[in-house]
Design a protein around this ligand. Structure first.
Ligand code: NAP
Length: 260
């Protein structure tokens, strides 16, 4: 089986590093032309330059997902450049902390950065998907959709909202041949994971290596994921072969979750 996206255009959000950067690499390898989105313009330009096809084939757009008006403008501009066939919604995770201590602004910001940005992106890009009769919306969320993670109060709350948004949208867009699915990364070696371990160590006064060992002990596979391992699942969901997979949550967690 060969997974190809030649002649397709994809938008990858949160593409300046971590899981999003790996997804950009996989979709570009499959032949797609990309628009990379995140805040750091120079990091995006460096990622685009290293992809197959380089800056000649792949564009960038710097935007802060906390700025809803700027997000609207950015996706309107991207849609204006021609139809987009694959949208990957992905952005930075909310700060860690107990839900009881979270301030109202933290929930509002997380809602804006995750759900509103995804909604505006979909509203701008779905008309092009309908016209081209090809659409894949893939959201990078978290295993906390299935099993909330202690100490990630705002994150757990907002991930559930994203998953419900996606499920609802998947049923609305299915007749147009557009699928909407979620990938749920487990522990994946990126700056986000480093931040979470540092944060836990600071809070508990514990040793960061001990915290890492305790996290590893939860993963039957015995290691953390590489960002590419999340990206390969995204590549499959973006491909023509995944046309009949719709409205699902795909954990890529090395078997960490005990639930079905
Ligand atoms: N790594 C894990 O173990 C893990 C596990 C489960 C879930 N997740 C979730 O999966 C997603 C990606 O994870 P990751 O590990 O790749 O995270 P990461 O290394 O922190 O990367 C986050 C990406 O989002 C962009 N971003 C952050 N804030 C933004 C904003 N306000 N507006 C626009 N773009 C923004 C960042 O680029 P700029 O700074 O350039 O904007 C970066 O490209 C996150 O939601 C994370 O919480 C990660």
């Amino acid at each position: 089986m060969q997974l190809k996206l030649e002649g397709r255009r994809a938008v990858v959000c949160g593409a300046s590093r971590g899981i999003g950067r790996a997804i950009a690499g996989v979709l570009a390898d499959m032949g797609a032309s990309l628009t990379l989105v995140a805040r750091d313009e120079s990091a995006l330009a460096a990622v685009a330059a290293r992809l197959p096809g380089g800056a000649a084939q792949h564009g960038i757009r710097a935007v802060d997902f906390l700025d809803t008006a700027a997000v609207s403008r950015a996706f309107a501009d991207i849609a204006g450049e021609g139809p987009v066939h694959v949208l990957v919604n992905n952005t930075g995770g909310p700060a860690a902390g107990p839900v009881f201590e979270a301030r109202p602004e933290e929930f509002a910001d997380a809602f804006r950065q995750h759900v509103l940005a995804a909604q505006l992106a979909a509203q701008a890009l779905v008309p092009g998907m309908r016209k081209s009769k090809y659409g894949r919306i893939i959201n990078i969320i978290s295993t906390s959709v299935k099993e909330p993670i202690p100490g990630l109060g705002v994150s757990n709350t907002i991930r559930a909202a994203m998953a419900s948004w996606a499920k609802t949208l998947s049923r609305e867009l299915a007749p147009a041949g557009i699928t909407v699915n979620n990938v749920l990364p487990g522990f994946t070696s990126t700056e986000r994971l480093d931040y979470l371990f540092r944060q836990r160590a600071e809070k508990s006064g514990g040793d960061i290596e001990e915290i890492e060992r305790a996290a590893l002990a939860q993963v039957p596979t015995g290691r953390f994921a590489r960002p590419e391992e999340i990206a390969w699942a995204v590549g499959f969901l973006a491909s023509p072969q995944a046309a009949y997979i719709n409205g699902i949550n795909v954990p890529v967690d090395g078997g960490r979750m005990a639930s079905l």
